[in-house]
Design a protein around this ligand. Sequence first.
Ligand code: IVH
Length: 667
Amino acid sequence: MPDIQKKIQSLRDQLNDHNYRYYVLDDPHISDSEYDQLFRQLQKLEEDHPELVAPDSPTQRVGAEPLAEFGSITHRRPMLSLANAMDEGELRVFDERVKKGLDTTDDVEYMAEPKLDGLAVELIYEKGIFTNGSTRGDGITGEDTTQNLKTISAIPLSLRTDIRPAAPLLEVRGEVFMTKEGFKTLNQNQEKNGLLPFANPRNAAAGSLRQLDSKITATRPLSIFCYETGTIDGPSFDTHEEFLNALKDWGFPVNPEIKKVNNFKEMSAFQKELEKRRGELPYEVDGTVFKVNSSAQRNALGIRSRSPRWAIAGKFKAQQVTTTLIDIIPSIGRTGAVTPVAKLEPVNVGGVVVTNATLHNQDEIDRKDVRVGDTVLVQRAGDVIPEVVKVILGKRPKNTTAYQLPKECPACGHEVFRPEGEAVARCQNLSCPAQVKGRIEHFVSKTALDIDGFGEKLVDQLVDKNLVHRVDDIFKLTYDDLVSLERMAEKSAQNILTVIQAAKQTTFARFIYALGIRNVGAHISKVLEKSYAGNIDKFISTSAEELEAIDEVGPIVAETITKFWSDCTNVDVVESCLSLGVQFESVVGLKSNILDGKTFVFTGALTQFSRNEAKEMAEAHGGRASGSVSIKTDYVVAGPGAGSKLKKAEELGIPVLSEEEFLAMIS
Ligand code: IVH
């Protein structure tokens, strides 16, 4: 095998192995960033040698061209559903029916599994390679979601064969789901991007898997546990337990909670125990599944019309109940988002008394037409905040009116602002008391003014003691203010004053970012710095047209900025900062575009210029400087003694320049 092919194969094997350790053994051996590095190496080699790309390469998980519609796949064997047992009595009836069907009084062995709340899929492997995947659909025919399923890292693209050989044809069924954590992050991102949040992890998983653009699916935190067979050619299994072990050997994630139970007593104990632990599990579970373990016994029992006689779903208590909505209160978070909260007649939902539920935003209130006085269906799902699912319209009292969130911030009375296309309304007032702590934490953070040692605890103390009300108050703090705080040593107080003093020397970009204007992140701040050449007065009095004329600034950002400056408190805060000594380093003007879009990494002991100067020179000519070498790096400038970065550049085939060569480039 030529060297390059060997290298590619070795990278693929390593990546597959790390995936297996992570998803199946739950025992990762490397960090996420080390994994990313290996992944990028493979990506680069495959880019350079497209003829060596294979369909089961880990790089093939990034998503393919969007589809116009999904094709359909008819399942070789129908994907059945499960009958439900609503309580312990019905579970007992099931066990008795099984015994009767098997004509025995002996205890029957079951495999007890958590019933995950996601969506069922079928994965087909031919000669050990993942070839097709589909959703359950109506049980007979499902949607061909092969490309989307490929993006789920937990799904092996080829079977591991080190423990047992691959079956010529293997159909595996399982549940695609989203962890509670993944769901939370996804919804935070949705809100950040002004999109509607998903109602629950199940909807989020289904919505993510059923995307026509698999590149979107690739960005969603989906996972899978496998639990059943479709058709298998080749090996056969005497028990379900053996089959689950084979799945693990082949590299499929199997839920570690699955347990063998030997009789009804153990079945019932499993059911109770899992229901108790429901909230602690990292994913949502809506019950258990008990499956007869022996394949011979399964065959003897057979199936009813849509569900097997050998399995049952043990349901958990409802997490949805109805109650009365007493009031709707707008609440404001640390980031200025105004969220309507439903005040409820206290009600027990799945063992917890609920008095508040989120209504998310005005669009959600309108969509569900939620009104004060309504009877509403409330849902609590795991750790997720309780929410109002829908209104029971039949129970609506007379004379109710549609609800509108107030136009003023509930904490400070300033006008709230909802950028076009965004779901969330926000208060942009820099001195809003509900946001003070969040704003100050942002103001002092690393990418902003970088005031070292100004942690969350200090912010809490300063705000609680009324020493700081708005960000400019930081620059008014005295030694006496600081030493008056609990557990503040004299030396620490002095240190803090020194770093605050030093932070006054900053850049326009850092300062603008520090203000926390919605949609103005670190990058846009730099763009604005260049456009306004560091002139803050000009920036304050700018118009939406001027802003929109800047490359990279769109109408939403422009509107947010002009709205921000239309609040005179915000102008006042900035002027106060300046009068208290905040100064911007002069901005280096753009000298040429010769390095436009090029990324440089400077490494080693530079002798002609400092690292900071190098960065400024690169930026002055339209380039940018980065701290680490990746496939995105265009050039590495290496001084004497350069080590690992130089080595990496050579591995990735990135051109390496001397300092002189770099200077020649820009002269
Ligand atoms: S077995 C023949 N096992 O429940 C049995 N299903 O109501 C068919 N589900 O469509 C499925 N966890 O989406 C099985 N451990 C588990 C499950 C499970 C969740 C879902 C699956 C299926 C539905 C059946």
